[in-house]
Each structure stands twice: as C-alpha cells, then as structure tokens.
Design a binder for this molecule. Structure first.
Ligand code: AFP
Length: 317
C-alpha cells in the first residue's frame, strides 16, 4: 500500500503549489497522529469531560477541545506556508504570517463531536485550506470553490485521513505498526440509492413545517434506515462511503430559525468534499457554490448527500 508521502509526490505533480500543499497536508497528517494518540489515551490521562467554560459558539468546551486546539496551533502555526489560522475554538483569527505578505490560511475544527468523547464514540478534526494575499481576516470569507484543499481525520475504530486537493477524494488509514498513513481508498465516489438517512429527529418540530415534511418523506420514500452519530465528521464519512443523506437544518421557532453547524470549520470543507465525490450540498438552502460567506463564525443549515437522494429531496421541497 502506498504511503501518504509517496502518494503526495505523485498526485501533486504538475500542481503549481505542489511544495506548499505537500508540506501543509503532511503537517495535517502529523497533527492527526498526535490527536489520535491523545484521543486513545484520553480516559487514562484525565482528558475526559468539560474544561469549564464556553467557546464563541456557546458550546461547553471539553478538555480535549482545548488540548487539540493547542496542538493544531502549535503544528500549523509554524508551517512556513501558512500565514493565518482560524479555529472553531478561537474568537478571532490568529496571524502567524511573521511578516509574509501571502500564503495559505487554515481553518479547522480541532475536535468535531467532542461531546462524544466521554462515551468512546467517533470524533474528528476538520480542515479547510485557502489561499491568501495577506488580508487574513477577509480571505477566510472566500467561497467554497476557493479552497485548495480540505478534509478531515476521523478517530474511530481506526484513524483515517480523508482529503481532496480538488481532484478526487482520497482516504488513508493510519497503520499503528509503522505509524504511516496508507492509501486505502482512492477517488471515493458516493454510491447512489444506498446508505442511510442521518438527521436528529429533534429538529423536526423545530424547523419550518414544509421542510420538515420533506425530511419525513425522504425516509418514507427511500425506505432507508436512519443512522445518526451526532459528530458531523463521522456522519459525513459514512455518507461518503455508503451513500445517503446528512442534514442539520436551521432550527428555532417561527420567524427565527438558525443553523447550528459552522460554515468555515464544518460545512464548507465537508460540503466541498461531498461535491468532489459526486454528491450534492445545500447550505442555507443554496447550492454550496452560491453561498457567500459573511462572517468567520457563521452558522448555516446543511443538507447533503448522494446525487440520487438529493434529487429526490429537492423534488420533495
Ligand atoms: P460537539 O462538537 O459539541 O459535540 O458538536 C458536534 C456538532 O457540531 C456536529 O458535529 C454534529 O453534527 C452536531 O453538533 C450534533 O448536534 P446535535 O447533538 O444537536 O444533534
């Protein structure tokens, strides 16, 4: 099986930013190995549970959120090509340009699904890489199509790195013996008319009724089972490999519905991957390519899945 470094050498040939992408993805893979190590030992190292405090999204911060955020800043912050960081756990962007006028930006959720950690459920790190001409704050607000790379590391029964640099979605599995990420799935294409429907049933009475009815009908008309982990990274991974539908709509009460998932750290990178693999993503009801980001910590509604299920979903709407 090919190692990640071997694969990057071949796959990035001809890319004008080959060296930059190679170093950035290699650093992300190193970060994934470190976080995987921490996640596996979290129950032994008193890293379970809340850290005591809330982040900018009013989520309860877990000890591992803090630890993994520090690790991501430590590793990506010294990458010679990265000039700015934005994290789900940070209020503002972190300038690591060190005088450089252009380079790349990394937006990340260091530990998606962290409320799952105490019960040994899957969690993951999500990343999105954008080019920057130095206006760091505004350059994070580029649309989905501007991403030069995006992906995630999922910490579950095995640790996998899944990413795209705009030409297919590829999966590497961490070999615990050699410590290498090995290519296990090249050019992932989402199967159609297969897989599961994934959303939290709690959303149904808390969203516009016409949309809620489309959610109900999708289950009835496809006749598919529902599965929902509650960590977007894991639900999206299953959808990429098995097909199906994943959604987290805007919720609330009449006239005041709001998305829960974060555009920069969850929806933009994972939605882009879904499209790269042949699926479709709607953010705030728009095709992902049409959504113009407005704020760093913007939250959006997310509906995504294989091309077949999304066609039916849009018909039901
Ligand atoms: P945590 O990181 O706080 O566990 O939140 C995870 C998440 O943002 C996303 O990964 C899930 O899809 C979603 O929340 C689950 O939310 P519900 O628990 O409301 O279904």
């Amino acid at each position: 099986m090919k190692t990640l470094s071997h694969y990057l050498l071949e796959h990035l040939k001809g890319y004008e930013n080959q060296r930059e992408l190679d170093l950035i993805i290699s650093d992300i893979a190193d970060l994934g190995k470190k976080i995987s190590h921490e996640v596996q030992r979290s129950g032994l190292l008193d890293l379970h549970g809340a850290a005591g405090g809330q982040n900018v999204h009013d989520d309860e911060v877990q000890k591992l959120d803090e630890r993994t955020n520090d690790l991501a800043k430590e590793i990506l912050g010294v990458n010679e090509h990265i000039i700015g960081l934005a994290s789900e756990e940070e209020e503002d962007v972190v300038d690591v340009s060190d005088g450089k006028k252009s380079g790349y930006l990394a937006a990340f959720d260091p530990l998606d699904g962290s409320s799952n950690i105490d019960t040994n459920m899957p969690v993951g790190t999500i990343f999105s890489i954008l080019p920057s001409t130095g206006d760091i704050k505004n350059d994070f607000l580029q649309p989905s199509g501007a991403q030069v790379a995006a992906g995630y590391i999922l910490y579950s029964s095995s640790t996998v790195l899944v990413f795209s640099v705009g030409s297919g979605v590829h999966e590497f599995t961490l070999d615990p013996d050699s410590g290498d990420f090995l290519l296990t799935n090249e050019n992932i294409t989402i199967p159609e008319n297969a897989g599961y429907i994934a959303y939290n049933p709690y959303v149904l009475p808390n969203m516009p009724e016409d949309r809620a009815e489309a959610y109900r009908q999708l289950v009835l008309q496809t006749g598919r089972s529902m599965r929902y982990v509650g960590a977007m990274v894991a639900d999206v991974h299953r959808t990429l490999l098995k097909g199906g539908f994943f959604a987290y709509p805007s919720v609330g009460s009449k006239g005041n519905y709001k998305g829960k998932l974060r555009l920069q750290y969850e929806a933009k990178p994972l939605g882009w991957l879904m499209e790269q693999a042949g699926g479709k993503t709607l953010l705030d009801g728009l095709a992902i390519s049409e959504l113009e980001p407005k704020e760093l910590h913007q939250k959006v509604s997310v509906e995504m899945g294989d091309a077949g299920v999304m066609k039916l979903f849009e018909k039901l709407l």
